[in-house]
Design a protein around this ligand. Structure first.
Ligand SMILES: N=NNCCOCCOc1ccc(-c2cn(C[C@@H]3NC[C@@H](O)[C@H]3O)nn2)cc1
Length: 448
């Protein structure tokens, strides 16, 4: 057996997000978010699931912290529900909402766990959506107000901050592909939302430097990996174009102060145009302390004229897929990470999400035998080890997710947690992968 051993200073964590776990959708002064409206609209979410109750973490957060403590992680990455702390989207704070997160932060610190806050994990206050949402630049300024209020409230205890989670999902998946909230299918809307999310990111980073000078801030784009089907320039260019949508479109503005011209021109051909104002690119490209990377899957990419926006078809590398249907491609994780270093240099990286969907249930003896998830994590942590040994500056690894939760348009059926949730009783049951991950975190190593 081969042992994979990680650097002692690698930080380990687990992640969740507010709309996916909290519930308490109309408790404690919280107002509706776009995900409440989207999930309550019939046809948008599998089985008509909503985040009304989710994992009931709004009431069970102390149990969650004990699960994290027994997992032995250094970090807990969670997000704040903007509409819980600012029900009007801006203006005055809802003290009850602020207190909820203050209690969570204190509970984490009391258990020697570092909080890592994600400010925007897709649950925009509905009141702001009704004023134009992220298509309106005003929302970027509302985000700055929200971020500043959070820095004031928690900056004394929280050092690690993430502005945006998966801006590709929050812009194109949500406003062009229509799969996530608000469910628009308009490429211009997607381009406008993507830019305003990045302006909002820049505004928050700039203010953060003044408000929490000792803190660390970044953002968390999601990327996949498309391996060319053949060495032909057709296949290689098609893969580059498709990956550009999640990589360069959201990373070049931050690390180069520009948008990738290939995609700018491609979008213009589809009558979708960037609306950049003076100073935007300087604002977006100010330095950050780390980049979060969310990686789940990849594929083989082959040029196919007329296929989607980029003339590329995605082929699964082999028959292995998780229960959400995504191919398993751990080699792609290694390639994606070394490609980031080759493109953007030594930007410190946290893996802010990596994990697998397997829908096991609790068996008679109380166990959840999710060996497939353990195998997925082993394969991807092996790729991570290879990337670290190749010199990619990895700060930490944060598994998605601590617990089964509301997996957006897929609802509760699709389970990503190392802890099983009974969505009727909210009973939490650590899976086999929970105990395996705890050993790996404790020993900084595992047997392949
Ligand atoms: N490329 N073209 N696709 C065209 C067709 O898309 C159909 C569906 O697409 C997607 C793409 C990506 C995702 C996704 C989900 N997660 C997992 C969450 N991450 C943040 C955290 O909250 C987790 O729950 N990450 N990514 C979902 C759907």
């Amino acid at each position: 057996m081969t042992k994979i051993t990680f650097p002692e200073n690698l930080k380990w964590g687990a992640a969740t997000a507010s709309y996916q776990i909290e519930g308490g959708a109309e408790e404690g002064g919280r107002s509706l978010s776009i995900w409440d409206v989207f999930s309550r609209t019939p046809g948008n979410v599998k089985n008509g699931d909503t985040g009304d109750h989710a994992c009931n973490s709004y009431h069970l957060y102390k149990e969650d912290v004990q699960l994290l403590k027994n997992l032995g992680v250094d970090l807990y990455r969670f997000s704040i529900s903007w509409s819980r702390v600012l029900p009007d989207g801006t203006g005055e704070l809802n003290e009850e909402g602020v207190q909820y997160y203050s209690n969570l932060i204190d509970e984490l610190i009391a258990n020697d766990i570092e909080p890592m806050i994600t400010l925007y994990h897709w649950d925009l206050p509905q009141v702001l959506q009704e004023k134009g949402g992220w298509e309106s630049r005003e929302t970027a300024h509302a985000f700055l107000h929200y971020a500043q209020k959070m820095f004031e409230a928690y900056g004394d205890r929280v050092n690690n901050w993430i502005t945006m989670n998966e801006p590709w999902c929050a812009s194109f998946l949500s406003n062009y592909l229509g799969v996530h909230a608000p469910g628009k299918q308009d490429l211009q809307a997607g381009v406008d939302v993507a830019h305003n999310l990045m302006v909002a990111h820049g505004l928050a980073v700039k203010s953060f430097r003044d408000m929490i000078p000792e803190g660390k801030i970044g953002y968390a784009p999601n990327i996949g990996w498309l391996e060319p089907y053949s060495p032909s320039e057709e296949d290689r260019a098609a893969c580059r174009r498709s990956m550009m949508w999640q990589k360069e479109w959201f990373m070049d503005p931050v690390f180069k102060g520009t948008y990738p011209d290939t995609l700018v021109k491609l979008f213009e051909k589809e009558n979708a145009y960037l609306h950049i104002e003076d100073g935007d690119m300087d604002l977006i490209s100010q330095p950050i302390d780390f980049m979060g990377i969310n990686f789940y899957t990849g594929a083989i990419g082959r040029y196919k004229e007329g296929e989607g926006l980029f003339d590329v078809e995605e082929i699964a590398p082999d028959e292995r897929r998780t229960d959400i249907g995504w191919p398993i491609y751990a080699e792609g994780f290694y390639k994606a990470l070394t490609d980031l270093r080759d493109t953007y240099g030594d930007v410190p990286i946290y893996i802010t999400e990596n994990g697998a969907c397997y829908n096991h249930e609790v068996e008679e003896d109380g166990r959840v035998r999710d060996q497939e998830r353990i195998d997925y994590l082993k394969q991807h942590l092996t790729s991570l080890d290879r990337a670290i040994k190749a010199g990619v500056p990895i700060e930490g690894y944060i598994v998605w997710s601590l617990m089964d939760n509301f997996e957006w348009a897929e609802g509760y059926e699709k389970r990503f947690g190392v802890v099983h949730i009974d969505f009727d009783t909210f009973e939490r049951t650590p899976k086999d992968s929970y105990y395996w991950y705890a050993d790996t975190v404790k020993n900084h190593e595992f047997e392949r």
